[in-house]
Design a protein. Structure first.
Length: 123
């Protein structure tokens, strides 16, 4: 069974491109358009990695990550989470670390870097 990645991204273009690249790496991919959807999917499904756009609707990526890290289920609360943002200048690595983000990737996404980091965390 393949490793499962949840991509939280409100841009369908970025979501579809990221999906295609990760499917080629034999990952199973699920998508969520906003933070509420991330939490709903996580409640019923297990994932090996979450790619979290910081600027998603309803519950932003930072708050969504905080809520995931606060979950009682140890398996779910410790999932590796990568922040994906076009506004990395608005946050420091300390800000990301404070909410429990493991890595962050700047948009436009460097897909080689993404694939390497995903492999490092979940393979």
């Amino acid at each position: 069974m393949g490793k499962k990645i949840l991509i939280a991204e409100d841009s369908s273009v970025i979501l579809n491109l990221t999906k295609k690249i990760l499917i080629q790496q034999h990952y199973e991919i699920d998508g969520a358009k906003d933070g509420e959807e991330v939490l709903k999917k996580l409640a019923i499904e297990n994932y090996d990695l979450i790619l979290m756009d910081i600027n998603i609707p309803k519950i932003d990526g930072m708050e969504c990550t905080k809520q995931i890290r606060a979950l009682a289920d140890q398996t779910k609360s410790t999932i590796p989470i990568f922040a994906i943002t076009g506004n990395a200048m608005n946050y420091s690595t300390e800000d990301f670390a404070a909410v429990g983000i493991n890595e962050y990737l700047q948009k436009p996404i460097n897909f080689d870097q993404l694939v390497n980091l995903a492999a490092k965390y979940i393979d």
